[in-house]
Design a protein around this ligand. Sequence first.
Ligand code: BMA
Length: 922
Amino acid sequence: MAVHWCVILVLSVHVYVTRCTPAIDLNGQWEVLNIKRGYRIPATVPGSVYTALIESNIIGDPYYRDNDANYKWIGREDWTYTRTFEVTAEILSKASVILVAEGLDTFATIIINGQTNLATTNNMFIRYVYDIKNFLKVGSNNITIEFKSAVLMADALAKNSSYDIPPDCPNPAQNGECHRNFIRKEQCSFSWDWGPSFPGQGIWKNISIDAFNTGVIRELTATPLLVNSTWSIDIQLYLDVNNMNTTGRLKTSLQLAGLTSSKLVSRTISVSTVQSEFLYRFAVPKELPIHLWWPNGYGEQALYYLNVQFISGDEMAQKTVRLGFRTIELVQEPVSGNSSQGLTFYYRVNNVPIFFKGTNWIPADSFQERITKARLRSILDSAAEVHINSMRVWGGGVYESEDFYDITDELGILIWQDLMFSDALYPTTLSFLNTVSVEVSDQVRRLKRHPSIALWSGNNENEGIVSTKKDARLRQDYVRLYIDLIMPIVTIEDKTRPFVPSSPSNGPESKKEGWIAKNTGSEYYGDVHYYNYYADLWDWKTFPITRFTSEYGSEAWCNYETIEPVFNESDLDYYSAMSNHRQHHPMGNQQMINQTKMHITLPNSNDPKQQFKNLIYAIQIHQAMAIRTETEHYRRYTNQLTDDGRGLTMGALYWQLNDIWQGPTWASIDFDVKWKMLHYYVKNFLNPNLISPYIDDNNLNIYMVIDEIPVYQDRSSTGNRQIQFRPLKIAKNFVNTNYEHRDKIKQLEKSVNASSGQVIMEIYNWKNMSPLKTWTIPFNLNLTSELIFQRNVADILSEAGCSDKKGCFFYFFLNSKINPTSTSWLPLTYFTDTQGVIPKANIEISNVVALTSTQFTVTLMTDNIAPFVWINAYKISGRFSDNGFIMKDHLVQLTFKSWQPVSLDTFKKSLSVQSLMDIYSN
Ligand code: BMA
């Protein structure tokens, strides 16, 4: 067979399309025009008008000071992209010549060679494909894409609406734009309570031209399916073909990375429409061993390559995608057999109940074109390193890139994928519903091959919002959009994953209430979002006892050195106008102060800069301890039920992982990919073997929480690996939980024995580096989460000879073979009025050694016990093995891993260290 020469277009490392026809890549250099201002400047595609303006020095850094307000004009004007390209006679000789725009932001008119009647667009989340053969000529051609201001379009659409659809405008603290809900564009680009308003325009994804005689593969997607212990793959193939009578052959093969064995299955197809869709089931050949894909911490993330070739006439088109084999179910069953006590809400992956330990993801930059794969890698690696196994891609941003999901597939981070609707009610005009239906099916088709995607969720918080509204039209609109339109599309497009209409929502209980529950924050059903800006967040009694908390958080500033370059000298003051401008959550800066000072005496420097630094440090301590307290509370409730039926918590996703700019936000990693203190605490409180002490009235209680770990056994004859599980201790309170291999589990329980050991508890006086007393607490867990110790605190203190509880603290560590090991500590009071109680520690950096160009060891030496030791490598992006910790020994050795190579000398010079008592000048 004669096959034409092929162009391999790499969409990401793991997805590439081979186009066996001459294709024109329209990425790269364009020009962008603003006719009103007479600008004509170069622009890179994919990109946005903002980065073009930066590159031409027309604007400065949009994140500098209040440039978000100064640059509002950009989003309120129209911008036009234009370029020329060559078309050969060979291209024009093809039967079809197709323009493929993967993403246009947002209101665009496409003009080719001056002909304006080709197309207009209105949704940045849709791929637009047009046959442009009749618009082209041999030689030089022009493509012009005129964008209209999304801000003005949103405003006009809102004015045209026959009724008000809230929220109208954002809170003035956000300096944002209005009526984002009327348009299908990244919702937070109109501002958010953690981010600026930069409502971009531009060609934000790849753009190219296909030319062919028969057809091309537009999309290939696949979902593995387990039926009667046998794996198969449901494959969906979307072809663009030249003519409805095309016939061809499909060849399908599957391969595990690193394994040579692959199976080729051939079939003949004939198409009946120009955009043709094929569904077929591919039985995984017996001789190909299937390794399961597991979430982070539960096993390996085995990934396979699936290749499909479409051969027709003398043309061949092919596509390879990567996928993984795993099952997932959302279990919502009566708790303790009594439906009046609500339903469970948890996920089973490969039949194993998984506690979703994780966080929420927001866009990593206002300007998508600046988000490199390396940047995604460093943020997502940071998540996996601290035992995160799940993450919600929040509904106010974008459906993330292939790179993003490729990385979450590799790291085993389960994705709770919101559809992009957030904190608003939305119109249901015919044109809105039409564009949403294309968007949802496009996105589900694009993403569903990724094993990391665990479920689809209709929106962020909109059920909660509409439940407060009396207006029947708004309530109807809600049901029309998510239940009547979106839910059937998602469930038809993807039969392998659960769909929840909203987050938070009450599952079947919301359905009973007409899909709009009276109280979406119910502790008895579904997921919960919980925030409190007034309460004591270091007190576990503050928190709800939920089935699953998919958002909870507390604000803290980014690291000082991250805000420094975008502020001027006088801004570097906690109380400056610029500091206030940066805070988008109304009263946020004051709330952080109020909540911090409940727990820590505030610093008292007269120098505004020093005071700002110290306050950032104190507030970060507050945030870290608050989220630690809340998360441990949820993990402790894995197996507990209160008398009124709350508990069996199976998910804790704190708000939020990452930042869109430098500022005060809920994030644990700041915009420079520097970990805030919270992120170091995440590593401890999400440890698979958690020691969780807390004080309840008069008692000290200690829980052990140990995640389930599957055990691998090689079936040497076939090379196939079978997976068995340690006992599913989680399951005690869950009804109807069946697990296979029950007998095997019994045997394994005896042999693995990873759930027993000893916790060593020490009590210290702040002024003495030897413990006052040490206890050994044995444990042998029958459940994932169990109380292993309970005793009256006053008795313990008197036994230890600690006369004033302000002067003492507890320290815990494991004496067991459990891996990873873990430590914990617990102060007996808050850190108010600690002068004279906690001595000032002199901490020295005593030794720094380079292991490689990106790895160092650092030894710290102290003369006193020091709480909240914070070591910093100024301007060097990377992470220490621990930080914000209590230093109770004279020497501590840490490691530092930088994201980029750095010399030993530079690294040494960058280091500084402090602890709590250093923030008080006397
Ligand atoms: C929830 C989120 C976001 C918001 C966060 C903090 O409402 O869904 O909308 O940024 O809380 O306020």
